[in-house]
Design a protein around this ligand. Structure first.
Ligand SMILES: [Zn+2]
Length: 340
């Protein structure tokens, strides 16, 4: 089967690799319906997370179960399934408290080959959620989005305490930020301020429910948010970038007593303790517990209430994976979908 491998900075190759096999009793083998590139794959692609040997990339997936190990009971061959970027047992105390991405036995799906034709999913019972029946082909991008970017945007909104009547700011106009806008809208936010300076992304943010667009960044961005909120700042800020500037922009855009949900993987960020102390801001974030949201998200997708797959603005044949990475790296595409 074909799989994407990253050999070094900006060196993406599609090569033939052995088919995955059942290795543990709880495994499932899934034939993927499509593959995609995540913004977080770009950290390695750009050489910021250095690579010494060829590595598998990607961690988002949906598709049809081909085979299951002897202990698997919740899914069977022929089921269309969606899973999260962390496999989880679904039974430990952390899973049961709503944090499967913090499972005591969590397995990073980046270790498997998610940008490939077939995928081994460990802990299938705790990880995979089957759709009700075989979804129509046009739903595939939306279901694939649920695997990470939608679930992560959803967590950002939940962690930021978004709810009816809330004013929300979203820092970051990548796929996660844009789907954070969608999540905030679905969770009942009254006003949603998207921070973006790219016109196609602004348009999608508005389509997803943004009521205001702020193009400024840093101090100017914070000042603009305060202008829009009687000088107080927003109730809830979703941070979907992960840099020093974006984190500080998120914290400073939030009113005293407000909440920041941060889901951009932090790189080189140091929070000044004294500023944090006097901010009165709640901070909650980390790898999103996507698995906990999947039943709800799948229901919203198959009932055609939401269309999160709109973030895929580039679709390429699988063999052109290198171009998919380049397009996202150069911000020519929000998110790239790869078809087999
Ligand atoms: Zn667990």
């Amino acid at each position: 089967m074909r799989a994407v491998k990253l050999y070094g900075a900006r060196d993406v190759r599609v090569e033939d690799v052995p088919m995955p096999t059942i290795r543990e009793d709880g495994d499932a083998i899934v034939r993927l319906a499509a593959a995609c590139v995540c913004g977080s794959d770009l950290w390695a692609y750009r050489g910021i997370d250095p690579i010494t040997t060829p590595v598998t990339v990607g961690h988002e997936y949906c598709g049809v179960v081909q085979e299951v190990g002897p202990s698997v009971t919740s899914v069977r061959p022929g089921d269309f399934v969606v899973g999260s970027f962390f496999a989880s047992d679904g039974t430990c105390e952390i899973c049961r408290s709503g944090y499967p991405s913090g499972c005591v036995d969590r397995r990073g799906m980046g270790e498997e080959n998610c940008q490939a034709e077939y995928l081994r999913v460990p802990l299938a019972d705790g990880t995979l959620v089957a759709t009700p029946g075989m979804p129509d082909e046009d739903l595939v991008p939306h279901l694939l989005a649920a695997s990470d970017v939608l679930g992560t945007g959803w967590f950002a909104a939940k962690a930021a305490g978004v709810g009816p009547g809330k004013t929300v700011a979203v820092v970051g106009d990548g796929a996660v930020g844009l789907l954070g806008v969608l999540a905030a809208k679905e969770l009942g936010a009254e006003r949603i301020i998207a921070m973006s300076r790219h016109e196609p992304r602004q348009k999608l943010a508005v389509e997803f429910g943004a009521t205001d667009i702020v193009t400024e960044r840093g101090d100017e961005g914070v000042a603009r948010i305060r202008d829009l909120t009687d000088g107080l700042g927003v109730h809830s800020t979703l941070e979907a970038v992960g840099t020093q500037e974006s984190m500080m922009q998120a914290i400073r855009s939030t009113r005293r007593g407000g909440h920041v949900g941060f889901v951009g993987v932090l790189h080189g960020v140091e929070l000044p303790g004294r500023d944090l102390f006097f901010s009165h801001v709640h901070l909650h974030g980390g790898p999103a517990p996507v698995r906990a949201y999947l039943p709800d998200l799948i229901e919203r997708i198959v009932s055609r209430r939401i269309r999160p797959g709109r973030v895929f603005d580039l679709e390429l044949p699988f063999d052109q994976a290198a171009e998919a990475y380049a397009a996202m790296d150069e911000r020519r595409a929000i998110k790239a979908l790869l078809r087999f």
